[in-house]
Each structure stands twice: as C-alpha cells, then as structure tokens.
Design a binder for this molecule. Structure first.
Ligand SMILES: [Ca+2]
Length: 291
C-alpha cells in the first residue's frame, strides 16, 4: 500500500444517484487527474445503493457511503501515514454530500470539491445534514442546476463551501435545452474535468454576494479581494464567498471576460421576462370571475 500511495495525494471520486463508476465522466476525470498530477485516485462505487429508484432510499444509502469513505481514509492514513490534508474528495450530486459526511466523521481532510451537490432533501437543512464548509479544510462547490425542483433543478442553490461558484447564474447552462434531462446537472463535472485537462482555459469568476446583486449589475469587477478561478486549480488561499462567471455552450467551456458581459445581459433580460410573465400570471389568477 505504501508503494502505491507514497507521499502522493489521494483523490476520491464519488458518483451520484443512479450512477456507477462506469460513467464516462468518472473515467474521464480519473484519466485527467492521473495524466496531469502525481496522485492516486480512488473510485467509490456505491451503485448498488445509488441505483434505487427511490431517491429517499438513495439518500439514506449515501450516508452509509460517507461513513465507509471516512473509514477507508482512516485506514489509508494508518497504513501510509499520509496526512489527512492530502486527501481530496470529489463528489457529484449525492456524492458531494457523501463527501461531506465523510469529512464530518474524519475532520481535517484537505479538500472537498462538490460538483452540483444534490438539492432535494438538503436545501435549507442544518449543516450537519448536508455538505458544508466545516467538512474539510477547503470546500469548493460548483452549482450548475440550482433552479427550483418544480422547474427541473436538482442541484442545491445555497452556499455549501468556502467558495461557491455559480456559472451562468448557477442554472440553465448554455447548450442545454429543456428536453435534455440532466444536462445542466452534468455540466458541473464537465467544467471540472476540463479545468484539469486545460488549465490554460481559465474559469475566471467574479465575486458577488448574491444572484440578485449579480443580475442587478452590482458585480462588475474583481473588487478589492480579486476574482477566483473555478475548478481543480482554484486558489484555496484566496478570498472566499460566492462567485459568478459565464461559460460557452460547448467545449472548451471557458470564455473570456468580454463574453461574460454578453451572457450577463442575456441572463438579465431572461430574468426580467420571466418576472413579467410571473406578474401577469399572478394578476390573472387574482381576477374574480364574473358570474
Ligand atoms: Ca456537514
């Protein structure tokens, strides 16, 4: 075991609901990490628990997965003496919360990267019931499908890390059409994989407290504390908070800042149109029918 791990870091990849380690994105992320970095990769296969059609049952199973990951981390630490801060857990959807549970059970893990952490059963819950910034020394989260569940969103919208990234506002990713089920949810790991493969393709994100401020145009510069890179090579020591950025609808997904503003105005117009439509619907529903 010592020969396998040595002094290298270890990255865990944890899939989400309805998935297994045969998913192409997991293999792609594994290959990208092994190609670019000197580390060991562990693929966590909990497909027997994740494939249940009953989402709530998968949520329960995920908690067990978190505990088992923590136990395995402790075992690796015991046999290799690798410090806990050399462990990096990367989880998608339910897998992100599994990483959180693992980090809660074993404090001091180096990093957790949440790729569109699941929203249903977790949004608005106590930090002990979900991934949060206390679960590792550094927690970065990419939100790509955080619209309401009634609108098809399955990702969590609230902050769950030290740094939370909201590409394209955190929902409705460009290139994803309404009939492409899971497309925005999956963009989280596509962006992350590409950040490993193409580090020169920079996901520069602007700090902003909220989407409201973002849409209102109050966040137009990197500010005093600076912008931050989204993805594998994010600066852990830089400022923390919420960050917004724009992407392209196809690979390479990174985009230059000048395109950020084009996307920003498109988002603003779309939001305004949606609000106008919502107001019209509310007025219409409040009308008293003539008898
Ligand atoms: Ca937690």
């Amino acid at each position: 075991m010592v020969d396998v791990v040595g002094e290298r870091r270890i990255s865990f990849i944890i899939h989400g609901w309805g998935e297994g380690i045969w998913k192409q994105w997991i293999l792609d992320l594994r290959d990208a990490l092994l190609e670019k970095e000197d580390l060991a990769v562990v693929l966590v296969d909990w497909s027997d628990g994740a494939e249940s059609l009953n989402y709530l049952k998968a949520v329960q199973n995920m908690r067990v997965v978190g505990r088992e990951v923590a136990k395995f981390v402790q075992l690796l630490h015991e046999y290799t003496e690798l410090p806990y801060d050399k462990f990096h857990l990367i989880g998608h959807s339910l897998g992100a919360h599994a990483a959180g549970f693992a980090g809660e059970m074993q404090p001091g893990l180096g990093r957790i990267s949440a790729l569109d952490a699941a929203g249903p059963s977790f949004e608005g819950t106590d930090r002990d019931c979900r991934l949060d910034e206390t679960d590792a020394n550094y927690v970065d989260a990419i939100h790509t499908d955080s619209s309401k569940l009634s609108e098809g969103g399955v990702g969590i919208s609230q902050r769950v890390g030290h740094s939370d990234f909201y590409p394209n506002g955190g929902y409705a990713q460009p290139g994803c059409r309404w009939w492409m089920v899971g497309c925005s949810h999956a963009r989280s790991h596509l962006y992350f994989i590409e950040s490993v493969r193409l580090p020169q393709c920079r996901y520069t994100a602007i700090p902003c407290k909220s989407e409201e401020d973002f849409v209102a145009g109050r966040c137009r510069s990197c500010g005093e504390n600076g912008c931050k890179l989204m993805g594998y090579y994010t600066d852990e020591m830089n400022n923390n908070g919420s960050f917004f950025l724009s992407t392209r609808g196809h690979s390479p997904y990174c985009t230059k800042m000048k395109f950020y503003w084009r996307r920003f105005y498109m988002l603003r117009q779309r939001r305004s149109a949606a609000m106008s439509e919502e107001n019209r619907s509310m007025k219409h529903s409040n009308m008293v029918p003539l008898t």
